[in-house]
Design a protein around this ligand. Structure first.
Ligand code: THU
Length: 132
């Protein structure tokens, strides 16, 4: 299987772990690391809506808290089973991607009918960063 297929299968399989009783919009993100490890995260909602956390941020925070660094990440795939929907990352997730991934790492956007391929830099061409 290709990198893309492995990531797609993991995100799709784990999409059952999305907790989205309010929006009913399921998102699942998977990350491939250079050591071959693939992890995933799903959107987790809350009755206090603003506390909801996006799937790709959960996946990136999981990766980081497992000890992985920017250079260890090969690619991230964002999947939704919602027909004809392309799960492009929200603004907050883009800012986190810039911090925890390299700008030339691959981002796949997927649903059951398509997989688009992009780079982190495509989503955040002029990003905020502190130079100290
Ligand atoms: N969502 C994500 O998981 N990722 C994004 O980049 C944008 C939105 C989730 C949050 C919420 O549970 C649902 O999609 C609807 O907004």
């Amino acid at each position: 299987m290709t990198e893309k297929e492995l990531l797609f299968d993991k995100a799709k399989k784990d999409s059952i772990n999305s907790y989205s009783p309010y929006s009913h919009y399921i998102v699942s993100a998977s990350i491939l690391h250079k050591d071959g490890t693939i992890i995933s995260g799903q959107n987790i909602e809350n009755a206090s809506y603003g506390l909801t956390m996006c799937a790709e941020r959960i996946a990136l925070f999981k990766s980081r808290s497992m000890g992985y660094k920017n250079d260890d990440i090969v690619s991230l795939l964002i999947y939704t089973p919602i027909k004809d929907s392309k799960p492009y990352p929200c603004g907050a997730c883009r800012q986190v991607m810039v911090e925890l991934m390299n700008m030339d790492s691959t981002i796949y956007i997927a649903n059951d009918d398509l997989i688009e391929e992009h780079k982190v830099s495509d989503f955040m061409p002029f990003s905020w960063e502190l130079k100290q």
